[in-house]
Design a protein. Sequence first.
Length: 194
Amino acid sequence: MRKVVLAAGLGVAMVVGVAKAESYKGYEMPPYTVEATEGAYELRSYGSHLVAEVRVSGSRDGAISAGFRVLAGYIFGGNDRGEKIAMTVPVAQTPVSDGEWTVRFMMPSAFRPADLPSPEAASIRFVTVDPERQVALSFSGARGDRVLAAKAAELRAWAKERGLTITAGPHYYFYDGPMTLPWNRRNEVAFTVD
């Protein structure tokens, strides 16, 4: 990776580069390149990718559990072919409205929409996500509502200070299972930006 240190508008040094993320612990993830980093903050450019998503209601914690179960059922064979589909990361969660959430799994890049088996669960839909830029803040440890809200506020302030316009989010990304020790977890809060 080629890196260049630039002085940001506020006099803060940012590392600008072309790092490309492809996998985490052997699991495929959405394609992105890192445009710039500053500590735990990143400005990313995501490529187009295919996701399976469900919309669920309830608390954030309850919604991600319910959404995960439906999507996991699909990739573990709950489809018209009984076909298993490789797990990817992260499990993504985004608020839609008060008490309503979208939970997503990326589909492996080998699949096109026409190649996917039909889900048994009628609530699953497939969406091709267009290329976009996001700011993201990575952290380990607990991922409860208060922590996520604090991290989202921190990232929102960081983006605003750098003149970035937020257009969607927050998006919550969880890379490790709930049995992973908190200090070994990779969690992220992200916002889509112009």
